[in-house]
Design a binder for this molecule. Structure first.
Ligand code: PRP
Length: 213
């Protein structure tokens, strides 16, 4: 039997994703053991799971190191990996938004200074509006940028809005809703089609369940 390699995003979202795999019958009991291992195998079912940094899942899948994986729509939009997007898992829900200090109005003719980890998403969003921008690419703690006048606005993920609120920022515009997606390597999808389709169908059953929660 051909083994299926599955890249899961390490962290809270990954735990929920694995719960869905398990509930759908694609389990790997050793993954529940408390240790720092990154690879887990269920030989009987022909499954191998591994934990990777959430933003790296798409790289593993695109290059075929993993057959399938679960990545946020934010990562797929930003890096546009050459993979198939098979299913919206309807978890890890949040939105990509523009935010700024309370009361900010974009009424200047100068390029808008935008701090973000998601440069491509920000560039495409403002290109559509024909608004000239100056991208300031940061790797984290984006919310600090407008406070220190490094930027006028930020483009970042908003889930509960708590981080913005606690830093005296407010969302101005939603760019796109985000959720976790099942993705597949293109060649794997062809050569391991039956198994991948089975996993997709099993997970799709779980998506309906989570929607009813
Ligand atoms: C994201 C994002 C915000 C926060 C928003 O960061 O960059 O900082 O979550 O969540 P909230 O609206 O519920 O406050 P994340 O925790 O993913 O870490 P990161 O900064 O490493 O991306």
């Amino acid at each position: 039997m051909k083994m299926i390699d599955i890249a899961l995003p390490k962290g809270r979202l990954g735990e929920k994703v694995y719960d869905m795999f398990e509930a759908a019958g694609f389990s790997c009991p050793s993954i529940r053991e408390e240790n720092r291992k990154l690879i887990f195998e269920n030989e009987e079912l022909g499954l191998r799971f591994f934990w990777v940094k959430p933003s790296d899942v798409a790289i593993y899948v695109e290059r075929g190191a993993a057959d399938i994986g679960v990545a946020g729509k934010d990562i797929l939009l930003e890096y546009q990996p050459d993979v198939y997007e098979l299913l919206d898992l309807n978890i890890g829900k949040c939105r990509m938004a523009v935010a700024a200090a309370k009361g900010f109005r974009d009424n200047s003719d100068a390029p808008l200074r935008v701090a973000t980890k998601f440069s491509r998403i920000a560039e495409e969003f403002y290109a559509k509006k024909c608004r000239e921008i100056d991208i300031i690419h940061l790797n984290g703690s984006i919310e600090i940028a407008p406070i220190l006048n490094l930027s006028d606005v930020i483009v970042d993920i908003v889930e509960t809005g708590k981080t913005l609120y606690e830093n005296n920022l407010e969302p101005i515009e939603t760019i796109v809703p985000i959720s976790a997606r099942l993705i597949s390597n293109k060649a794997s999808y062809q050569f391991k089609n039956e198994t991948i389709e089975k996993i997709k169908a099993g997970l799709a059953g779980q998506v309906r369940n989570t929607k009813n929660d």
